[in-house]
Design a protein around this ligand. Sequence first.
Ligand code: HEM
Length: 500
Amino acid sequence: MENNTNKRKLTTASGRPYAEHENTQSVGSRGPLLLQDFILHEKMAHFNRERIPERVVHAKGTGAYGTFTVTHDITKYTKAKIFGKIGNTCKTFLRFSTVGGEKGSADSERDPRGFALKFYTEDGNWDLVGNNTPIFFIKDPKKFSDFIHTQKRDPRTNLKSPTMVWDFWSLNPESLHQVVILMSDRGTPYSYRHMDGFGSHTYSFINSENERVWVKFHFKTQQGIKNFTGPEADAMRTQDMDHSQRDLVEAIDRGDFPKWNVKIQVMTEAESKTFRWNPFDLTKIWPHAEFPLIDVGVLELNQIPKNYFAHVEQAAFAPSNTIDGVGYSPDKMLQGRILSYADAHRYRLGVNYEQIPVNSCPFLVANYHRDGQMRIDDNGNDDPNYYPNSFGDVIPDESYKEPAWELDSNVADWYDRNAGPGDNDHYTQPGDLYRKVLSPEDKVNLVNNIVGSMSGITGPRKEQIINLQLCHFFRADIQLGMAIAKGLGVDIDQAMVSKH
Ligand code: HEM
């Protein structure tokens, strides 16, 4: 007989050991079931509730714990304790994702990749919720839900729709820069290990003198950039839907820990006033020649969590989570995201989502939040639950105050007609990207990918959408526009006549 003395006893959720896990109590061996077999009910009811809402975007993803190590001194820019000394380290959790697909979608889809990083620092958890691209499709958060609808499924056919996608992009030329990146082979990374990450937004650093600079974060892969071509990505979709997930788990499990060099770009407040574009516009980069990359540290991923749901599915990142010495900026998209994420988490995971271990701060947390569903800590014990009070010791600390921001605008809705210099230049940077950064092979693949995707546009507005989008490509670069028009079989002269 098997020796079971070292094994754990099977119990109900309330801890009562029980003997029969497979057969339900019944009236005789062939009779109906007994209502009193509550273990059957508990099993079925728990199973029925296993799914939580998937993330409204970035639903398909994978994550790993790791370590961030400071290798260079940047204390002149920030007083954040994590950067206080070369050699400082902190634990991190990074979740990679695709954006538009559902939880069961393929990893090799053409899409930006999420790069959401949580630093567990002694000053609180700091979340940098970025992508593998330094920019984004839109620059105002009011457009986000419209944009995302075009990336999801058509309301009638329930199919992905190139018509919706290109209709939106053609009517929002600010998207062009990100569209060129997405349609290049960078839109189909070989794996999460082989791509860079970006904080994307402009944030601020505040130093011990309470001086502010603007900052962008870059994570340069030590594994080297490696992309699929369009056809290779299509093939991988059918060969292995979970290719990136598998690649990450297998690499870490065999001890091949992926690493990224962490760097920043810095812009002073004075420089931000004379920069030819809006430094807080998420559709624009800061040229490296003018704002060189500064070394900061190394990020290593070294542990796949033991349970996917507990850690990866329940992970909640929020751009509002910054730490002392790292602050926001007037980037409109960042401002919108400061509100959106915590709201999403309260819906998806519940109001006490920050107590779930992957999200909880391992250092002191003290405040006056109380109660709520799934409150699982001591709930503040018998400490006062109001402020101010004459008893407790949880008090605001003035030393954490940020310096004031000088603003030079009126309060107003922000329309294009109020835009500042350079704000409506949607073409210079994508043109430079095409001309100066992409290799000849990248250029050919870019055009093929765009032609392939735009060929899917259908319906009565087909010609209008194609012609409008072609205008944007032409304005970025004549050769790019010509190559795409040729690929689509568009007669340019005819298109110009029908447009005017
Ligand atoms: C996920 C909103 C722009 C990167 C999400 C989620 C929401 C959201 C609601 C799901 C959160 C959850 O359920 O856990 C928005 C809004 C945006 C915006 C309103 C614009 C105003 C961006 C931008 C980036 C980005 C510009 C990158 C630079 C991500 C990433 C995730 C995510 C990486 C997945 C986080 C994870 O792995 O859990 N976003 N987003 N988002 N977003 Fe955004």
